[in-house]
Design a protein around this ligand. Structure first.
Ligand code: NI
Length: 187
């Protein structure tokens, strides 16, 4: 099982590399990796397991954060509307690719955090508010989905990881909370 000791931290060179495409068919090792990544996120959101293993809660994880430079990400976003147990999205994406996006930008009111960053980095992180992406799941099936707002932002954060980009690269250095008037702020 993946725990915090498996997650590399900012300053590690792998986090700045452009990760390699996964060649299809997906190998059994890659399948296992994807399953372990998704399980980590579920564990990290389970209060008892998280406490037992000292896991920091996360909604997304990218393979490079485990020092594996491959284009694989996992996301597990719990349902936040009306107490539903159904996650909004819970999947592993292999070779995810944003094929189109809105002109409209959006950012989270509380900024962003990262399991590879053990400090608060305040500031708005402008991203596309809507994206269309393609990816393969762990069975090798191709998908094309549209996402908006929070899930779209999480996916963009994770896709950044497979391109060697950290969330704070997007923050205005001089004025972290200065953004254009047309950027939607999501709470
Ligand atoms: Ni991150």
């Amino acid at each position: 099982m993946i725990t915090m000791k498996d997650i590399i931290k900012e300053g590690h060179p792998t986090l700045r590399m452009v990760a390699k495409e996964v060649t299809l068919p997906i190998s059994s090792e890659e399948k296992q990796l994807g399953e372990d990544m998704l399980q980590f996120l579920k564990n990290s959101q389970d209060p008892e397991i998280a406490e037992e293993y000292s896991l920091r809660a996360g909604v997304g994880l990218a393979a490079p954060q485990l020092d594996i430079s491959k284009r694989m990400i996992a996301v597990h976003i719990p349902g936040i509307e009306e107490g539903t147990d159904e996650p909004i999205i819970s999947t592993v994406m292999v070779n995810p690719k944003i094929i189109s996006h809105s002109v409209q930008s959006a950012c989270l009111t509380e900024g962003e955090g990262c399991l590879s960053v053990d400090r608060e980095v305040p500031g708005y992180v402008p991203r596309h508010s809507r994206i269309t992406l393609t990816y393969f799941d762990l069975t090798g099936e191709a998908h094309k989905i549209r996402l908006k707002n929070y899930p779209a932002i999480v996916i963009q954060h994770e896709i950044d990881h497979i391109n060697g980009i950290m969330f704070y690269d997007h923050i205005n250095q001089e004025q972290p909370f200065k953004i254009d008037d047309d950027v939607k702020i999501i709470s």
